[in-house]
Design a protein around this ligand. Structure first.
Ligand code: HEC
Length: 234
């Protein structure tokens, strides 16, 4: 330990001796062992520039472009979709909460009817396959491709803890919006209505997973026969 302190003192003295004590101002340029980004060709705000013909350092936006976050038609847009489609509202539809608790069921803002429900489900399937399947797998079992490349602990969405009975729709909404543990949130990528579509589809996967073997087998056979009939009639 004694030698450590002696060595430490020698190193400290030589560092200060070679590179000088930096606590006071001096006129010589400092020694830059690793210059990194110390020197840059940038202009400070409001400074003039000889580079541009008008001598003005700060530039106007290029014609026909919109700076990020600028007002377009009175509303910010994310990927061409008005920002209010992503957040901003209160109530179950926008938060998944009913008072202090998570709610469950599809919110009335979706204006679901027997006719348009299938459409929402199809949209959910498409969005799920885009946003969730890489990790959670196409069938929701958590065996998506990213698991093979090292994303650990991906939840199996078809497991009992995530079923509608134990994991309310509102909680699923919150997980998609804000993320959970190792999963990041998708609130800024997936509009509110699409989040509900994904929730509907996740429920469909869960129900499909627990369907009795015979029911699946019969449906599979029926589908196969239909397909055979369609191809043989060509
Ligand atoms: C980049 C990979 C990845 C993507 C994409 C992803 N997840 Fe996850 N998800 C995870 C991981 C990892 C966990 C486990 C998080 C933990 O417990 O730390 C998880 C956990 C969950 C959970 C359980 C959370 C809890 O309360 O324990 C749900 C529900 C879920 N994800 C739904 C979704 C849905 C729906 C999507 C698509 C919108 C999605 N995830 C997209 C990686 C992902």
């Amino acid at each position: 330990m004694k030698y450590f302190f002696i060595l430490y003192a020698i190193i400290a003295i030589s560092v200060v001796g070679i590179f000088k004590y930096r606590g006071h101002s001096f006129s010589e340029p400092p020694i830059q062992l690793l210059p990194d980004m110390d020197d840059q060709d940038v202009l400070k705000a409001q400074k003039q520039s000889a580079f541009f013909a008008d001598g003005q350092g700060a530039r106007q936006p290029v014609t026909q472009t919109t700076p990020l976050g600028f007002q377009v038609d009175g509303a910010n847009k994310l990927g061409g979709i008005p920002e209010y489609e992503f957040s901003g509202g209160t109530g179950y539809y926008f938060t998944g909460h009913v008072g202090d608790y998570f709610g469950t069921g599809m919110p009335e803002e979706l204006e679901l009817t027997p006719e348009n429900s299938l459409e929402l489900l199809k949209r959910g399937e498409e969005r799920y396959n885009i946003y969730c399947s890489a990790c959670h797998g196409v069938s929701g079992d958590g065996a998506g491709i990213t698991g093979l490349y090292g994303v650990p602990g991906i939840a199996n969405l078809t497991a009992p803890p995530f079923s509608a009975g134990s994991y309310p729709d509102g909680r699923l909404f919150e997980t998609i919006t804000k993320g959970k543990g190792l999963m990041s949130g998708y609130g800024y990528n997936i509009p509110v209505r699409d989040r509900w579509a994904i929730i509907a589809y996740v429920r469909a996967i869960q129900v499909a997973r627990s369907a009795p073997y015979d029911a699946v087998k019969d449906a599979f056979e029926a589908g196969k026969q239909q397909q055979e009939a369609a191809t043989s009639s060509k």
